[in-house]
Design a protein around this ligand. Sequence first.
Ligand code: 1GP
Length: 249
Amino acid sequence: MNINCSIYHSILQNTRKRKIFALLIDPDKQTNKSLVEILNRAERAGVDLLLVGGSLISSGMDNHILQIKKLCSIPVLLFPGSLLQISDKADGLLLLSLISGRNPELLIGNHVIAAPVLKKSNLEVISTGYILIENGKMTSVEYISNSKPIPADKYDIVVATAIAGEMLGLKLIYLEAGSGAHNRINDRMISEVRKNISIPLVVGGGISSVEDLESVYRAGADIAVVGSAVEKNISILDDFMLLTKNFKV
Ligand code: 1GP
């Protein structure tokens, strides 16, 4: 992805032509050795974006990001699980508003606290409507965010939430089943949301095979986010990227 123009601008340009694959790196789940391996593989395979974050991170983000930037040139977006995960060493940040929930801190409270810091940084801030969907088990994001996910068969509520997010001026809608979800976001949910919004649609959580990824793309996701499947089997990354590059939009 060309980082000379802004990341969001290149997302908008790319989504008209092709799908975008984002690899989620949870620094706490990597050793130095596995990080080198995964980033080399990601660069070779042509991964478009790195999202870096997790529900809990045990040490400062700056060092993690500096290490990642030393090892590869893929644009790095923070995907912060908390206010502690902001680092101006990254290229950008998904400013997540958890619009499926009713926890005021995650709708606006944390954003107010972070705003002056973000304003002074060089980070590209991409406001994102984050919609948590039930997936069959409680995920870390549900527990930590202290918010209820929307049931996976409540299509109308999810669609209305996504439309509201777009109307509020958010730049991306992110349907999240949660890391390691039993059930990824279902195809009908993805396509109904896709039909009803015009901003890019991100889908993540529980995408564990090439078939899953293909269905997610076919249903209408512009950007797919995968973490756990690659942590378990790094070679699947090549298959994911082969599909992404050859997928006809
Ligand atoms: C990012 O939580 C996802 O949205 C990543 O989920 O770890 O299940 O791929 P997985």
